[in-house]
Write a protein that binds this ligand. Structure first.
Ligand code: FA5
Length: 344
């Protein structure tokens, strides 16, 4: 018959078994249950401790009690270590479970970034503004629906002046007293600025203009101009030429130069047409310019004996066309994504 186990043997077995159970616990809840089973009121170690009363020898009982306490501490310490490891695992699992997948969001953000681009004319306008602001100019705007006075009369074109036919005008209202038109150029904003801003004036005025024209490669019925106006003391034609040359290089690049050809506009005297020379040697007309006519200075409320100035008006659509090597202006208004995507 096998001899009965001693309390020490029982304790050693309970300790080894307890440590194995702690190590095998796969969750903090399971670990708690294991610990209660070992060290709780009905736990195996407590049962061993209760059985100590049967040990007669006082010293032996004390030593055994000591061993039980040590075993309890060992189990508790082992459970703290295991608990830490389990909690770390459970936390990692929770993070994994609650993880939000942002890939779709990032992809849709990318898609929306791809969706829009600034129109070539808007890009050109902003660049023109940057260049002229860099040269010390301020930006002004005027209405697209204009009275006959601002679009023609104040610009030295009284009623029935033959030069009015230079612009194929779209009328909103037409009567003998004075018509309302879709502005045919940005020059009326010159008058508005002269009336509002005390000189010296260094202004640019970009905007949309309208003419009764059939679209072709270089003409649109709705297009954009940028007007320039400088009013100061002692301004000469050399200032105009110098400004246009600086602008040409800043906007198109060092390979481009400008030239002025004599021309006629009722609101400037002398007047010129402004062309730029491409690096390949060919020329393209971009706008008109000249010294502000005394009648126009007076219409703007300025004394021609005190102030002089120059003005220019460039076609922005043609500039955008030149800058990006677009062959036909109509392509810029086709709303074809395959076209616009080329110019991000
Ligand atoms: C004028 O409109 C004058 N107001 C310019 C000016 C301002 C002269 C200040 C003197 C002082 P013009 O009609 O030439 O000028 O038009 C100027 C520029 O607008 C043209 O050189 C061209 O680049 C552009 N342009 C004219 N018509 C069209 C059109 N139908 N489509 C696209 N661009 C055009």
């Amino acid at each position: 018959m096998a001899s009965e186990s001693t309390p020490q043997q029982l304790l050693a077995t309970a300790l080894a078994d307890g440590l194995a159970q702690i190590e095998a616990s796969d969750s903090t809840d399971a670990l708690k249950a294991v610990l209660t089973g070992l060290t709780g009121k009905k736990g195996s170690l407590v049962a061993i401790r209760s059985s100590l009363g049967k040990v007669d020898d006082l010293e032996a009982r004390k030593a055994l009690g000591q061993l039980v306490n040590e075993a309890m501490t060992t189990l508790e310490e082992a459970s703290v270590v295991r608990s830490r490891a389990l909690r770390a695992n459970e936390f990692a699992a929770q993070i994994e479970q609650e993880r939000v997948d942002l890939t779709e969001l990032a992809m849709s953000a990318q898609a929306s970034r791809r969706r829009g681009r600034m129109h070539l004319v808007t890009q050109a306008t902003e660049r023109l503004e940057d260049v002229f602001v860099g040269l010390g100019f301020q930006i002004a705007e005027g209405p697209e629906v204009e009275t006959d006075f601002y679009n023609f009369e104040a610009l030295n074109m009284p009623p029935s002046h033959p030069a009015r036919s230079m612009w194929d005008t779209l009328f909103i209202e037409s009567d003998i007293e004075g018509s309302v038109v879709l502005r045919t150029h940005t020059s009326p904003v010159q008058i508005r600025v002269m009336k509002e801003w005390p000189p010296p004036i260094y202004a640019i005025m970009p905007g949309r203009v309208f003419r009764k024209e059939t679209p072709d490669a270089t003409h649109m019925p709705v297009f954009h101009q940028i007007e320039g106006l400088v009013i100061d003391r002692g301004i000469t034609f050399a200032d105009l030429a110098g400004t246009i040359e600086s602008f040409t290089k800043a906007f198109f690049g060092p390979g481009f130069t400008s030239r002025l050809r004599p021309s006629y506009f009722p609101f400037t005297e002398p007047s010129a047409e402004f062309d730029i020379r491409r690096p390949d040697g060919s020329w393209i007309e971009l706008g008109g310019c000249g010294m502000v006519h005394p009648h126009v200075l007076r219409a703007g409320g300025l004394d021609p004996n005190e102030w002089s100035g120059f003005a220019f008006g460039f076609g922005i659509d043609r500039m955008a066309k030149e800058r990006h090597g677009v062959e036909d202006l109509r392509d810029m208004y086709s709303d074809d994504v395959r076209f616009t995507e080329q110019f991000s």
